[in-house]
Write a protein that binds this ligand. Structure first.
Ligand code: ADP
Ligand code: ASP
Ligand code: MG
Length: 407
């Protein structure tokens, strides 16, 4: 009998009616003869509410208590899902992260999974009982509840699928699968039947939150077959697969965007060896990730300007680090800008096709959209633009790469 993991996201368990709908997905799989392990998120909006409570008490918070509070949303839905399944005549019980256990490191709020020990779940399945596991949470070596980072229930599902040797990990959500672009912004986006792990990893890391980035990386490393599909429509979803499973590869498979970036421009830095190291060294030491970087040539041979991006949530800390190091850096001025968005076009076909960047720049130029920064990797081109043009730019790029659906 094959084993599948079914994960239901926040909207899919947003109220009792939706939980009942999600439970019918489990019921069908069980009646089809599968062993099923269910993973649930908190009800939509619940984790935000819990984070808000904690921040209201203590903005500079104790991360261990933050995790104790925000992990609780999943405990509620696991119990409610188990009860709903029982009512439908399916034996089920809830499991919390520490009960499985899912073991993590001590990085509260963004803990990394060290290991999932699935023996308890196997025993539960052997008794004919469907385990319903809380997503998003684990237990640290010191015995405290940890959370895996926002959106982390996808990761819980993939980790369990890998540990259990599941045939497939189904991520049930509120859209029909992975689309060429966020269907909530680009109405002409269409669902992809298949996408490669590599492309999905880029899409997720560049902002397409339909899958959590680390869940895709983990699925890729452990060869977990992932499917993204809708809880509500029953339509076939998107399979995340190896490149050789896709017969005809598009040059560009999808377009992602991120509103979470902030741009920092350092004006009038000395054009001396070692300045970049003195700038990015302290940022790295403060665990601030820098994404795009552009250094301009020095017009006078003495000073130069340097622009880079960080996560918007890290902006205040980054500015404090720059201020603290300005004795060495001697920037004339530091200009932060949060009114920016990053757009990324992604496709493994870029490896073998020229002109992909040119199409992007031409499409943006035709709409009068100024490009502030550009960065590229083997299968991705990203640009930073003003947030005012997000929707216009996404739609223009979607059309330019022939991704618009026929209807
Ligand atoms: P869940 O609560 O089920 O985990 P999420 O809100 O995390 O759901 O992810 C689903 C959402 O991801 C969709 O509602 C959609 O707006 C967004 N999204 C962004 N980019 C894409 C994309 N390329 N394809 C599908 N959905 C996308
Ligand atoms: N409930 C958590 C969050 O909102 C985890 C998840 O939904 O995946 O981030
Ligand atoms: Mg999600």
């Amino acid at each position: 009998m094959s084993l599948i993991v079914q994960k239901f996201g926040g909207t899919s368990v947003g109220d009792l009616e939706r939980i009942a709908k999600a439970a019918t997905r489990v019921e069908h799989a069980v009646r089809d003869g599968h062993s099923v392990v269910v993973v649930v998120s908190a009800m939509s909006g619940e984790t935000d509410k819990l984070v808000g409570y904690v921040r209201d008490i203590q903005p500079d918070l104790d991360p261990r208590e933050y995790d104790a509070v925000v992990a609780s949303g999943e405990q509620v839905t696991a119990g409610l899902m188990a009860l709903t399944l029982q009512k439908m005549g399916i034996a089920a019980r809830s499991w919390q992260g520490w009960q499985v256990p899912i073991l993590t490191d001590e990085s509260h709020g963004r803990a990394r999974v060290r290991e999932a020990r699935p023996e308890n779940l196997h025993a539960c399945l052997d008794e004919g009982i469907v385990p319903v596991v809380t997503g998003f949470q684990g237990i640290s070596e010191s015995g405290r509840i940890t959370t895996l980072g926002r959106g982390g229930s996808d990761l819980s599902a993939v980790v369990l699928a890998a540990a259990l040797g599941a045939e497939r990990c189904d991520i049930f959500t509120d859209v029909d699968g992975v689309f060429t672009c966020d269907p909530r912004i680009v109405a002409k986006a269409h669902k992809l039947d298949k996408i490669t792990y590599e492309e999905m990893l880029e899409m997720a890391s560049q902002g397409a939150k339909v899958l959590h980035t680390r869940s895709v990386a983990t699925a890729m490393n452990h060869r977990v077959r992932l499917q993204v599909l809708s809880t509500f429509t029953g339509a076939p979803g998107t399979l995340v697969v190896d490149e050789d499973e896709i017969v005809e590869q598009q040059v560009v498979s999808g377009i992602a965007y991120s509103r979470d970036d902030a741009k920092i421009t350092m004006i009038g830095l000395p054009d001396d060896p070692g300045i970049a190291a003195s700038l990015f060294g302290p940022l790295a030491a403060a665990e601030i990730n820098v994404d795009m970087i552009v250094q301009n040539i020095s017009p006078d041979g003495e000073t130069t300007d340097l622009t880079f991006t960080v996560a918007e949530g890290d902006l205040e800390r980054a500015l404090a680090v720059l201020e603290a190091n300005n004795d060495v850096l001697q920037a004339r001025r530091v200009e932060p800008d949060t009114r920016v968005v990053k757009l990324s076009v992604i496709g493994v076909g870029m490896r073998s096709h020229a002109g992909v960047a040119g199409t992007m720049f031409k499409a943006l130029a035709s709409k009068g959209i100024n490009i502030q920064l550009i960065s590229t990797s083997e299968i991705k081109i990203s640009v930073l633009i003003s947030e005012d043009y997000l929707e216009l730019a996404l739609r223009a790029l979607h059309t330019a790469y022939d991704l618009d659906s026929a209807e």
